[in-house]
Ligand binder design. Structure first.
Ligand code: ZN
Length: 209
């Protein structure tokens, strides 16, 4: 059984690596964002309660997210192990998670701020169909226009440089205590997340070995 957590800032490539690794290891890839959306869509009691907070523009409380997560962790699909991507984000969440399921390894995606800024500020999206592009890694066929409908692409305000810098700073402040927590437990491994996807995947397997 492998119980893994991926920590790292937005744009570090956690989701891509998580999906591939979970498949290789035959363990369940869990994203709290997706779990939350599926509860809301299915109208479960937890989902309805969460929706109330979301509609009011408030954060969904930890106890709801943890209750949803607990059900996933106890489900047969996670009996061979799981990989949590993007959770926990705070020390309180990490401590609660420890009570649900002790982790084997926590992988911290360590990536230069310059690389992140480059990746995140190159994002553009189509206001018509919602497709997301990256001017460097996934450019549209015609510069500045959506492949699907030809609509001029726009940059979201939270992908502008000053907004990205703020997001990264908030992330770092929140995560520092988490890194300390898992280092003290001897579970943290730092992964150099700079470079192409395949190179990072090779380093990741070494970090888990
Ligand atoms: Zn489009």
């Amino acid at each position: 059984v492998q119980r893994l957590v991926f920590l790292g800032p937005p744009g570090a490539g956690k989701g891509t690596q998580a999906a591939a690794l979970a498949q290789v290891l035959g363990i369940k890839h869990l994203s709290t964002g997706e779990i939350l959306r599926s509860h809301v869509a299915a109208g479960t009691p937890l989902g309805r309660e969460a929706e109330g907070f979301m509609t009011a523009g408030q954060l969904v409380p930890d106890r709801l997210v943890l209750a949803m997560l607990e059900a996933e962790l106890r489900a047969p699909a996670a009996s061979a192990g799981f990989l949590l991507d993007g959770f926990p984000r705070t020390l309180a969440q990490a401590e609660a998670l420890d009570g649900l399921a002790p982790l084997d390894r926590v992988i911290f995606f360590d990536i230069g701020e310059g690389t992140l800024l480059e990746r995140l500020t190159q994002r553009r999206h189509c206001p018509q169909c919602g497709l997301v592009y990256n001017l460097v890694t996934k450019p549209p066929a015609t510069p500045g226009r959506c492949d699907q409908d030809g609509t001029p692409l726009v940059q979201r305000s939270d992908d502008r440089e000053d907004a990205v810098r703020t997001r990264l700073r908030v992330y770092q402040e929140q995560t520092a205590p988490l890194l300390e927590f898992y280092t003290r437990q001897g579970r943290l491994r730092r992964l150099d997340a700079n470079g192409p996807v395949e190179v990072v995947a090779t380093r990741l397997r070494a970090a888990l070995g």
